[in-house]
Design a protein around this ligand. Structure first.
Ligand code: HEM
Length: 210
């Protein structure tokens, strides 16, 4: 696509796809929290709404494409950045100036990707292909498996680390003035990352023990 030829356009596209996934995560977290409070009835109603609402049906393939785009673009940007970073001392200088999260976006992203495949296999495939009568039981039942719950928590801690850099980076890619907004965006990024990591993990741990 010619529009994605410049590196600025690629960064902007990456930022937009990342922020699109951020909105999806917030919606997903809100639905997951209903598992704990108010509980089964509200969760089942939310699943029913997500499965039948026409707008959500239109958004599902768009979300899928958003993920695919973000993953392919992330791998491409990492690959081109690595081939540019051939001089060793430049690499070391960057290591001093940048955070662990920013240097490991590809690894935190790839771990999330592996978990996503497992998650789709466990939830989305049965939802779509079988006549699941009790969504609540299917979802909460999986958290009784300690290996699954451990992987789940690890994936969301790594996603939190991905977002602790990704959130502010996305706004900077979109042209937010660095001097004026940097501290504020970094702070919002950390808060958002903690909300996502703790929120999703709390639901899993709660159902493991209850
Ligand atoms: C729900 C899942 C995800 C969310 C919410 C998310 C969010 C974000 C955000 C907001 C950014 C910052 C974009 C920017 O710098 O402009 C980002 C960057 C990045 N993401 Fe993700 N991401 C997710 C999953 C993934 C996955 C599965 C991969 C796998 C390859 C990945 C790889 C990357 C990479 C490599 C970057 C840095 C790109 C660069 O060099 O600027 N992400 N992500």
């Amino acid at each position: 696509m010619t529009i994605l030829k410049t590196s600025v356009a690629k960064k902007v596209a990456m930022a937009l796809s990342g922020l699109f996934l951020v909105v999806f995560l917030l919606l997903h977290l809100a639905i997951n929290l209903t598992l704990i409070y108010p509980g089964k009835e509200t969760f089942d109603a939310a699943v029913e709404f997500m499965g039948t609402n026409p707008l959500i049906q239109v958004m599902q393939p768009i979300l899928f494409l958003g993920f695919i785009f973000h993953i392919i673009m992330g791998i491409y940007l990492e690959w081109t950045n690595r081939s540019k970073r051939s001089v060793k001392y430049v690499k070391n200088n960057q290591a001093v100036a940048s955070s662990w999260a920013s240097r490991n976006m590809i690894w935190t992203g790839l771990f999330v990707l592996v978990f996503l495949a497992l998650h789709l296999f466990n939830y989305f495939v049965p939802f779509k292909t079988q006549d699941v009568s009790d969504h609540y039981a299917l979802v909460t039942g999986l958290f009784k498996n300690p290996v699954y719950t451990l992987l789940y928590v690890l994936a969301f801690v790594l996603l939190g680390i991905h977002l602790s850099h990704g959130f502010q980076s996305a706004f900077q890619s979109l042209g937010t003035p660095r001097e004026k907004c940097n501290k504020f965006l970094v702070c919002c990024g950390y808060i958002f990352a903690i909300v996502i990591a703790v929120g999703f993990s709390a639901v899993a741990v709660y159902f493991y023990f209850n």
